[in-house]
Write a protein that binds this ligand. Structure first.
Ligand SMILES: *Cc1c(COP(=O)(O)O)cnc(C)c1O
Length: 341
């Protein structure tokens, strides 16, 4: 198959339209048979539930080329499960996870010419999403929905090398206790836009959100979970009901324990404890792990011993091991790699 004429190394993280997407509609209480279409634009009524009351959720994962030339994705079944969970919390019809995985595979296969070659560092980002297409004016769930999977090629995350991030503790909250922080709802992002624009204006790369009730415990950033490394090499991650369960973070915790023999813990992490850690990283599909060099708590600078030029040693090992599994250099646990072709 002939690849598209794209300068893979120069790609950033922005939408580039590819040839095919998968669409299925929910009408009269059932999911109609879905399929591929070339039509990238969506036409919906002005009163559609997604436009009025933000009834929508999404997922994000990547397809890439392994060292030996196979196109694969990483644990798409977990994205499918998470979208089921999001749909239930948002009163949207569940799109079954098995069909979700099939739709992902079909969409990537159709856009294989856009899957960047091994070694380019670029990947094909996959965006499954669901939104209320039916009209609602009274506040209630819509009665028509669309499930859609589209793709866009994205560039290497660490273009020009790794640069540890400077983040600030935010006074804005991301998620309420018993709210929607644990699901991938579009609305969680709408309300974080002001906080991230403000952080950027103040010279910070990201916001560290604390628990909304007490502002004493670490939660996550707008789109990535935290992992910390203690001075005695334990890998710890915050436990909270309002954190989005990152598939990357869950995979890294497994890798820490089972591949690297490190002690791991998911527990509450207090704001006061931040000065105690040796390393800190943000984990998510986009970067796998992005190292944090500095955390600013209202003028008080907390500098991680790992510094502002490189990943810390444990973060680096975690990064190398997980990307090794993803790229086919290391043997993957059963079921982690989904072959596309
Ligand atoms: C998507 C997302 C993550 C990262 O999850 P991955 O499955 O690792 O990509 C973390 N936090 C939030 C708020 C997210 O929406």
């Amino acid at each position: 198959m002939e690849k598209k004429n794209i300068d893979w190394g120069e790609l950033g993280f922005s939408y580039i339209q590819t040839d095919w997407r998968y669409v299925a509609n929910y009408v009269n209480g059932v999911w109609e048979e879905g399929g591929l279409t070339a039509e990238a634009d969506v036409v919906i009524n002005e009163c559609a539930g997604v436009l009025q009351y933000s009834q929508s959720c999404f997922e994000g994962l990547k397809a890439y080329t392994t060292e030996d030339g196979r196109i694969v994705t990483f644990r798409p079944d977990l994205n499918g499960q998470r979208m089921e969970d999001s749909c239930k919390r948002l009163e949207m019809p569940v799109y079954p996870k098995e069909k979700f995985v099939e739709a992902v595979i079909e969409t990537v296969r159709a856009n294989a010419a856009y899957v960047p070659p091994f070694g380019s560092g670029a990947t094909l980002y996959i965006r499954p999403c669901m939104f209320a297409s039916g009209p609602v004016i009274g506040v209630k769930p819509a009665d028509a929905f669309q499930f859609r999977v589209f793709t866009t090629p994205v560039g290497p995350y660490f273009k020009g090398g790794v640069k540890p991030l400077t983040i600030r503790i935010s006074d804005f909250d991301r998620a309420a206790p018993n709210g929607t922080g644990h699901i991938k709802a579009g609305l969680n992002y709408a309300m974080s836009l002001h906080a991230i624009v403000d952080a950027h204006n103040q010279g910070y790369d990201e916001n560290m959100y604390l628990d909304a009730a007490t502002h004493t415990k670490v939660e996550e950033t707008g789109g990535a979970n935290f992992i910390f490394v203690t001075k005695d090499n334990q890998v710890v991650t915050p436990k909270s009901g309002s954190i989005l369960p990152s598939i990357t973070r869950r995979s890294l915790m497994y890798v820490a324990k089972e591949y690297l023999g490190l002690e791991t813990q998911e527990r509450e992490i207090s704001r006061e404890e931040l000065t105690e850690f040796a390393e800190c990283g943000l984990c998510g599909t986009a970067a796998v792990i992005s190292p944090v060099g500095k955390i600013v708590d209202h003028g008080r600078e907390i500098c991680l011993p790992s510094g502002m030029t490189d990943m810390g040693p444990v973060t680096k090992k975690l990064y190398d091991t997980l990307t090794g599994i993803q790229m086919g250099r290391l043997e993957a646990p059963a079921g982690w790699i989904q072959e596309i072709g």
